[in-house]
Each structure stands twice: as structure tokens, then as C-alpha cells.
Ligand binder design. Structure first.
Ligand code: PLP
Length: 662
């Protein structure tokens, strides 16, 4: 293995600061002395888990990459710290209400995630929120009677009846009215079902959030009742003699609110509405502040879209104090507080591990020697490279770019040889590389020159699909922290963009949490032939898994659920190993029947055998090869042709899952 000696002074701490690990990893992730990334899942309570060791362990069990690791202890810790932050803020302010949060399962509906959250939240009576019929089906079964079950989202009759069914089971189901028509429907169906509904009202605030989702509130928002609609609802409820059924006022100003001031403003507006409705005689018990609690993906603690300028502690204190202040002014009781944080609970606990298995170099290694007969343009670019210095970047860039387009034109017209065309392209690459080296030393590098300096950056090919595992990176340019999980004792020699294995040119990551400038690339180590190089894509526990799609038919990735346990070697055990989808399963997702496909290929083989083009034994071999792939993992297998068949892997995984929990 390449080692750090060539770079002498480099230390694992240098890597930690290079990748801004403290900024985004909180206290959950760190670098050990051997250069391995570690997960401190219980934050100081128990030892750290060596993430590289976990991956080696996974691979040795026949599970192929990419793999998603869930650190269940981190998930539990998020639930505890959210609840405790509120408990602390409440006691410090001598606030009169309680905190009764809920987890909106849309953020990550995986059963094991919801179960873990419900279990960790039990001491706090932490509840669940559903936004659709499907989610409500899960939530009604999973939730406890003494925590809240909140139903948001647009509802049809069947969904409201389902919520009322929950009430009959003893669950504390609050149906939040999102639009005026839902109220009449709820009152009518409750009468028909003979139950007393628990009603919530969602206010459409004027205050907008900040960041990507700021249009979730304000005039044109999709959900919620405007002030006149709230007053109309009040009258409708009074007319139905159901004022005593209204328990909760809800608002949600969008996800990933980057600025604490926006949160305070929204809470202030909502608290004021709560107070006024309370004074009008609505016995509201709860103020539900929705989601929006952000995650510091880029670790900058700023109001950039991928960050937040506040901590969880500050968030809790702001909510509590703002509500208290308004209630004191308005002389109304302080309500119990609800939040629906999803992102902040789930983002940290999972990481996707991918192997980088090929670098697409920015420059070409083919030797193109200088010859006396080479074209004018070639000679000119050679000279430009020789003479390039930090003071003349812009004029040199313009001349070189001109030479390049001139050469293109000449080639099309037949006046440039293929060899000279190759030289021009290669020299252009060299020129841009030198530009990239000099640009940081030059003052006021023009934008286009800076952009060009980045353009031929190395690209590392990574075994994953952006569309499956990181949909928000593609859809909304969300930044996720990415860092090698080993070799951190060694100074990274390259800066590169990452490309995935889909055939979509959008399957590319060029913005990185640790790079201050867009296009500056991710610091990475040289690949060593025959040795794996693993990258971790962090903070992917919120929204990514279930929004991902099977673009290019790559399918759901394998995952392992890790618990820390000091009493076992390595300090962890696998609670569960869930193999990713097989080729057969992704094909079936888009309506292909494996039987039919095999039948069609068999018919083609049979025809070739009948025609004497294939021997029967060759035909049989082709068929067995085709059929075997049905059970394989759709991702790349850089180890070469699959030696072990997938079915064997699944069996190994199943036996691990059965035996893993001590
Ligand atoms: C999406 C959503 C949430 C979760 O928001 P986060 O920012 O992930 O915490 C909460 N409440 C409602 C109504 C939502 O639509």
C-alpha cells in the first residue's frame, strides 16, 4: 500500500480538518490513528466502531458493494438528544407545557428505522406522523396509545375513516385539517362512525422559511388554512358543537430551514394564532411546529442551503422561549409542544459505502512526441504551455482556446492530420492542468479561466447509482459529505469529481462539502491496483432511500444494521443484513417476467442450435450464464466475473442475520 512517508508530516488529524469532519460529523464520526474513519455511535459512552473494519466484514460475508450501513445507535441518540434538548429548554424556562414530538415516517419509512425510533422514543412518549394512507397503515400498527399519532397530508374519505379506526383502537390520532373541505368530511365521518374526532388545524403562515424549501409557507403554499379559512373553520366547528374536539394547531414552513431567525418568526406567528384562537374558545392543547430542523451537511454552520446557523439546542430553546413570550403577553396557557422533525433525526445514522475502482484521468498518457513537421497550432500551444505564468493566465487561456477551435475547424475541412488533432487535444489537457496549478496563485482569475481550470479534473468512477442512493444530489443539488474511510493517514494526491456507473451524464458529483469553491474537486488518494478504495457518502439517512429510483435498473442497495457492543470483537455486531435487489427483482419492478425473458432467450438459442450455428452444449452454457445473472446484484463487480453465485451470498447473509444478535 502506498503510505504517508513520502508526505512525511501528514497526519490523520490533517485529513479530519481537510474533510471538515468536525463541521458535519458532529461528534459521530472521527479519524483513528491508523487512518480509518470511525463512528462514535454512543458518543463517548462506548468505544468507536472502525468503519473500514465493518466494510471488510461485510465483504467477507459475500455482500457486495455498494452497501448502506445503518448505525442504529446514532439513530437512537438522535431521538434522545431531540427529546432531551426540549426537556432541558422547558425546564430552564420553567415552561408550563410538555414536549410530545412525532417522527414523520415519510423521511425514512423503513420498518427497522421506524421501530428503532419508536423504541428509543418510548420513554419520551415520542409518536409518529403519517402523510398518506399507506403511511397511516404502518403508523397505526406501530405507534403506542400514549404517544401522538398525527395525520397530515391531503385526505380522502378512506384515509379519514382509517384515522377514526385508529381512535377506536385507543390511539391518540389527531387529524390535521389541511384544506377547508376536509373539515366537513371529518365531522360527518366521525358522526357516522360514532367517534369523537381529535382535530388539528394547519395554519398557512405568512412567514417563509429559508433555504431550498422556503416556498412551503407563505401565500402560495400548497397546504394549510389561511386566516379567513381558519375563522371559517372555527364557525363551522362551533356550529357542529365540536369546539371541544380541536386540540392542535399545526404549521410547517418547509424542510432544512437554514436560518434560526426564520424559525423564530414562524413560531411567533403561529403562537400568536394559537393564542387568539384559544381566546376565542378553542381548547387547543398542542402547538405543532412541524419539521424544518436542519442538518449541517457541509459543516459550515452558515445559512447556505446545505447548512444551518443554529444547533439543536438553540432550536429547542428558541421554540420554547418564543411560544412562552407570546403566551405571557396574550395571557393564555402554554401549550404542549410538538415537532415533526424527520431530517434531523435520521440523516446522521446512515452512510453509503462505494468502491472507487477506476480513475478517468484528465489528461492522456499516450506519448505524442514533438516532431518538426507538426502543425502551427500544435507548436503554438506548446509555446503557451512553456511560457504560462500566473500573471498572464487570461490572455494565454484565450489564445489557447482559439487555437483549439481553429484546429477543430481545420480538421473538419481536411487540413489537419489525425496525429496533430491528437496532439492538440492532449496539449490542451496539459495546458488546462497547468492553468489549474497556477490559478490559485493568481489574483482575480476571471470566472471563465477558473471554470476551465477545473474542467479536466480527474474523475473517479464509483460503484453506485446517484439516482438510487443520492437522489437529492441529482434533483436539487444537495451536498452530502463524502470522505474515504481509510488511508486518512496519507495525504490525498488528487482532486477529482465522482462519477457513478449509470449511463446518465447527470450521474456525477462535482460539489463537495469540504471544498470551498464549486468545482474544486474532492481530495482523493491515488488508486492502488488490486487494492480497494472505499468512499463513504454520509448523512444519507433522510429522504434518500425511498426517493431513489431504479434508473438504469440498478435497484435498492444492500444494507447492514450495526449495533455497538463493547463485549464483542470490534465493538459491534450486525443486527440485520438485507441483501440488495437482484437483477430479477429490478426487472420485475418494470414489468419483466423472468420466466418470459428466459423463455425468449431460450427460443433464440434453440433456433441457433437447430440451424447448426451453436452446439447444444454451447447453447446450454449460454442459457445457464444468462439465467445466473438473474440472481446477481446489478452493480459492478470489480472483482471480475462473479465467482460466487448470488444465491450463496443470500444464504450466507440470512444465516448471519439469524445468528448475529447475541
Ligand atoms: C416533510 C414534513 C416534515 C418533516 O420535515 P423535516 O424537515 O424533514 O424535519 C414534517 N412535517 C410535515 C407536515 C412535512 O411535510
Amino acid at each position: 500500500m502506498a503510505n504517508g512517508s513520502a508526505h512525511g508530516a501528514w497526519s490523520p488529524e490533517d485529513s479530519a480538518s481537510l474533510y471538515n469532519l468536525k463541521g458535519w460529523g458532529g461528534k459521530y464520526f472521527g479519524v483513528a490513528g491508523d487512518g480509518h474513519l470511525v463512528a462514535q455511535t454512543r458518543r463517548g459512552v462506548e468505544g468507536a466502531i472502525d468503519v473500514k473494519r465493518v466494510v471488510d466484514d461485510v465483504v467477507s460475508r459475500g455482500i457486495k458493494l455498494p452497501v448502506l450501513i445503518r448505525f442504529q445507535d446514532i439513530l437512537r441518540h438522535r431521538v434522545e438528544i431531540l427529546n432531551e434538548s426540549f426537556t432541558k429548554a422547558i425546564s430552564q424556562s420553567q415552561y408550563q407545557g410538555k414536549f410530545l414530538g412525532v417522527y414523520p415516517i415519510k423521511v425514512n419509512q423503513l420498518r427497522e428505522v421506524v421501530e428503532e425510533i419508536a423504541d428509543a422514543g418510548e420513554p419520551y412518549r415520542f409518536g409518529l406522523e403519517a402523510g398518506s394512507k399507506g403511511e397511516l397503515m404502518a403508523v397505526l400498527a406501530m405507534n403506542a396509545n400514549d404517544s401522538l399519532t398525527i395525520v397530515n397530508g391531503y385526505k380522502d374519505e378512506a384515509m379519514i375513516r382509517l384515522a377514526l379506526l385508529g381512535l377506536k383502537l385507543g390511539r391518540r390520532v389527531i387529524v390535521v385539517v389541511e384544506k377547508p373541505q376536509e373539515l366537513g368530511m371529518l365531522l360527518r365521518l366521525a358522526r357516522e362512525e360514532g367517534v369523537k374526532p381529535l382535530i388539528g388545524l394547519r395554519a398557512k403562515l405568512q412567514t417563509q422559511g429559508t433555504g431550498k424549501w422556503k416556498y412551503s409557507a407563505g401565500h402560495s403554499a400548497k397546504f394549510g388554512l389561511t386566516t379567513p379559512e381558519l375563522l371559517a373553520a372555527f364557525e363551522e366547528i362551533r356550529a357542529a358543537s365540536a369546539l371541544d374536539r380541536v386540540q392542535l394547531l399545526h404549521f410547517h414552513i418547509g424542510s432544512q430551514v437554514t436560518d434560526i431567525q426564520a424559525i423564530k418568526d414562524a413560531v411567533k406567528e403561529a403562537a400568536r394564532i394559537y393564542a387568539k384562537l384559544r381566546q376565542k374558545g378553542l381548547p387547543l392543547e398542542f402547538l405543532d411546529c412541524g419539521g424544518g430542523l436542519g442538518v449541517d451537511y457541509d459543516g459550515t454552520h452558515t445559512t447556505s442551503d446545505a447548512s444551518t446557523n443554529y444547533t439543536l439546542k438553540e432550536y429547542a430553546a428558541s421554540v420554547v422561549q418564543t411560544v412562552q413570550e407570546v403566551c405571557r403577553q396574550e395571557k393564555v396557557p402554554e401549550p404542549d409542544l410538538v415537532t415533526e422533525s424527520g431530517r434531523s433525526l435520521t440523516a446522521h445514522h446512515s452512510v453509503v459505502i462505494v468502491n472507487a475502482f477506476g480513475a478517468v484521468a484528465g489528461t492522456c498518457g499516450f506519448p505524442l512526441k514533438e516532431t518538426p513537421d507538426e502543425a502551427e497550432g500544435v507548436k503554438a500551444i506548446r509555446k503557451l504551455i512553456r511560457d504560462l505564468d500566473a500573471k498572464t493566465l487570461a490572455p494565454a487561456y484565450h489564445e489557447a482556446a482559439g487555437r483549439l477551435s481553429e484546429a477543430e475547424a481545420l480538421f473538419k475541412l481536411g487540413f489537419l492530420s489525425l496525429e496533430d488533432k491528437a496532439k492538440i487535444e492532449a496539449l490542451w489537457g496539459e495546458f488546462v492542468e497547468k492553468l489549474g496549478e497556477l490559478a490559485p496563485r493568481s489574483k482575480n482569475t476571471p470566472e471563465e479561466v477558473a471554470a476551465a481550470a477545473q474542467s479536466l479534473r480527474d474523475q473517479y468512477l464509483c460503484n453506485f447509482s446517484l439516482f438510487q442512493s443520492l437522489p437529492d444530489s441529482w434533483a436539487i443539488g444537495q451536498v452530502f459529505p463524502i470522505i474515504p474511510i481509510h488511508r486518512l493517514e496519507e495525504q490525498p494526491a488528487k482532486r477529482a469529481a465522482l462519477i457513478d456507473i449509470t449511463c446518465d451524464s447527470d450521474g456525477k458529483i462535482t460539489r463537495f462539502a469540504c471544498a470551498k469553491r464549486a468545482g474544486a474537486g474532492l481530495p482523493l488518494h491515488d488508486l492502488v491496483p488490486g487494492e480497494p478504495y472505499y468512499l463513504g457518502i454520509f448523512l444519507v439517512g433522510a429522504y434518500q432511500a425511498t426517493m431513489g429510483d431504479i434508473h438504469n435498473l440498478f435497484g435498492r442497495v444492500s444494507e447492514v444494521h450495526v449495533f455497538s457492543d463493547r463485549s464483542v470483537p470490534g465493538g459491534y455486531y450486525f443486527d440485520k443484513i438485507i441483501p440488495g435487489q437482484t437483477v430479477r427483482q429490478v426487472l420485475s419492478d418494470v414489468q419483466y417476467s423472468d420466466v418470459e425473458l428466459v423463455g425468449k432467450v431460450r427460443a433464440a438459442v434453440d433456433a441457433r442450435v437447430r440451424a447448426g450455428e451453436l452446439k447444444p452444449s454451447e447453447g446450454a452454457e449460454l442459457m445457464s450464464r444468462y439465467e445466473a445473472i438473474m440472481d446477481e446484484y446489478p452493480y459492478f463487480d470489480p472483482g471480475g466475473p462473479a465467482a460466487k453465485r448470488r444465491s450463496g451470498d443470500v444464504k450466507a447473509a440470512a444465516s448471519v442475520a439469524a445468528s448475529a444478535k447475541p
